[in-house]
Design a protein around this ligand. Sequence first.
Ligand code: AMP
Length: 114
Amino acid sequence: MSETIFTKILRKEIPADLVHEDEQCIAFRDINPQAPVHILIIPRKAFENIDAMQDEDEQLVGHLFSVARDIARTFHLDETGYRCVINNGSNAGQTVFHLHVHLLGGRAMNWPPG
Ligand code: AMP
């Protein structure tokens, strides 16, 4: 896959508002927030999306959700609820082709999504 803007963030070539960093992933605030709290959790390992995920990535993808849970607690989103979203491909609205979990919270949301 070709490099994305998230590769540059991982290499710290462009700035990001980091909220979490560990051996497997980083998390930072979305530059165009869709909710009072909008954080992206991305693996250090680059692959496009769930469709490109391999069986060996199961632990890693699970870890992204564990981190989302912990960040949600840090921001007290667990008290009111929050949404975790992975957009997979163009019809889903994916624009950056490096897997990421959106963590959205701080307001009530509708279903189904647009
Ligand atoms: P998606 O549309 O699911 O691929 O989500 C990509 C997200 O990345 C969008 O919500 C963008 O606002 C966000 N984004 C793009 N560039 C940056 C950046 N430099 N820093 C933080 N978030 C970004």
